[in-house]
Design a protein around this ligand. Structure first.
Ligand code: FE2
Length: 470
């Protein structure tokens, strides 16, 4: 097996606290703050292996920039799934595509009912002043951003009335809005709003017979958007845990993709329309122009990408991953005109980011930063960072031999005069050296300006954010 996959989907041996990482190059003076990242810290429990990239047990990573230096720390999220896996040396909780093993006795008696994971491993968020590790099952975990110690369970409605949430809440001024799903005989999509000091509030809800797998949603100044791909589940199968979570979902392209649009203030469903079947993890941006609601999304023809993330398939190195196409969808709010879309660039990408703080819900944005694949290198995992200019349709890439970068996070220069005046941070696994480094790039020229060596490999992770107040 290729070394990069052995270590990138392996186990992190140590929890480190390092005051100053070895640095090559110079960090710009204006960069002060902390990058918090989430992702798997191990794909093993005792001798048992998790099966899928979205299965491992959560680990937080922290990179703090002060006076031109970078400090680092990493820590497993102290949740029940992790603690029991460590104590019992076996998988005890049901993850995205892995269930605990059951004895024949359990199966005959029909008593197996795996507990759903609380290992919130996909993203981090500052939700109304609390730092929270975000996962798709509804149990989120608050943590201390200084020490990375877990603080306790965080729920969107105080009572955990939902079963799953997206890991991409939107933040606008002091409001945090997220889309959750409650499974039942009657299932519901529910938009929840959090504001500091107040109880969570239900903003809008929609009954649904066969809920879809939804990883994100769209939000413009006035509207909330559910893009309901036809990758759907009989909710009773999830509740009765017939199979690992995602394996209960079925691709039904004949249903098309339904688009639900809600008024953000009243919560009223103002339009329901349909377009051809497609699949996506990530909405990128959404905005309004006249009568049109426009949203950009990283789209696939089908959910085959989820199959491509099974570890045996990545490790077999036979196929390169499918990539997402940056599409712009347009919905006319005042007529029954068909939903249209156009492709914005040729490069195939995933984990798209842009200058969210300044340009979310703004149709004038120009640059998207993502990871992608060099089709000539024929690696079976992401091996380049892509900067897409969605106005010209052109892309530039960063890559280095035997290097596998993670999600690129853009940080704007506070004195910036142009959209891409800032830096990009990406944790890169260097297969040749067997460790990872934090790559610091100038976003404008898209070239390296510094790298900080991390004394171990950071497993292939998902999302993170930069905070200037830590
Ligand atoms: Fe995501």
């Amino acid at each position: 097996m290729r070394k990069a996959f052995e270590i990138g989907f392996g186990t992190t041996e140590n929890e480190l606290v390092i005051d100053e990482l070895q640095l090559k190059g110079k960090i710009p003076d204006w960069v002060e703050g902390t990058l918090l990242r989430n992702g798997p810290g191990t794909f093993k429990a005792g001798n048992q292996n998790y099966r899928h990239w979205f299965d491992g047990l959560a680990m937080l990573h922290k990179f703090t920039f002060r006076n031109g230096t970078v400090s680092y720390a990493n820590k497993f999220l102290q949740c029940k799934a992790y603690n029991e896996a460590k104590l019992n040396e076996k998988i005890s909780y049901s993850e995205f595509a892995t269930d605990p093993c059951y004895s024949l006795f359990d199966r005959v008696k029909g008593v197996f009912s795996p507990k759903i994971t609380d290992s919130a491993k996909v993203n981090v968020g500052n939700l109304s002043g609390k730092f929270v590790a975000l996962g798709e099952p509804s149990l989120q975990m608050e943590f201390d951003p200084e020490t990375l110690e877990s603080v306790g369970v965080f729920a969107y409605d105080n009572k955990v009335n939902q079963h799953v949430t997206t890991v991409h809440p939107h933040i606008d001024n002091n409001e945090v809005i997220n889309l959750t799903t409650r499974f039942g005989r009657v299932s519901n999509y529910r938009f929840m709003k959090l504001t500091k000091g107040n109880d969570p509030q239900l903003v809008a809800s929609q009954k649904v017979k066969s809920p879809a797998y939804l990883h994100s949603f769209g939000m413009s100044k006035n509207y909330l958007i559910i893009t309901e791909f036809p990758y759907v589940v009989n909710p009773l199968k999830v509740l009765f845990k017939a199979k690992p979570f995602i394996e209960n979902y079925v691709w039904k392209p004949e249903r098309g993709t339904r688009i639900f649009i809600f008024d953000r203030n009243s919560g009223k469903l103002i339009k329901k329309t349909i377009t051809d079947a497609f699949f996506a993890f990530h909405h990128i941006n959404a905005f309004e122009k006249g009568n049109e609601l426009i949203f950009d999304i990283a789209a696939y023809p089908d959910p085959g990408i989820i199959q491509s993330f099974y570890l045996d398939r990545i490790k077999s190195e036979e196929k390169i991953l499918p990539g997402g196409e940056i599409r712009r969808y347009k919905v006319d709010l005042n007529s029954s005109q068909k939903v249209t879309f156009e492709k914005l660039t040729d490069e195939l990408i995933e984990l798209p980011r842009f200058d969210y703080d300044k340009l979310n819900m703004n149709g004038n944005y120009q640059f998207i930063y993502s990871i992608g694949m060099d089709s000539k290198a024929k690696n079976s995992f992401y091996d380049q960072i892509v900067k897409s200019d969605i106005k010209s349709g052109k892309s530039v890439v960063w890559s280095e031999q035997n290097c596998f970068p993670g999600e690129p996070v853009f940080i704007r220069n506070p004195k910036s005069k142009s959209e891409d005046d800032g830096i990009i941070l990406s944790v890169v696994l260097d297969e040749s050296k067997g460790n990872s480094f934090l790559l610091v790039m100038d976003a404008q020229s898209f070239t390296e300006i510094a790298r900080a060596e991390i004394p171990h490999a950071v497993l292939f992770g998902y999302h993170g954010n930069f905070y200037t107040n830590i």
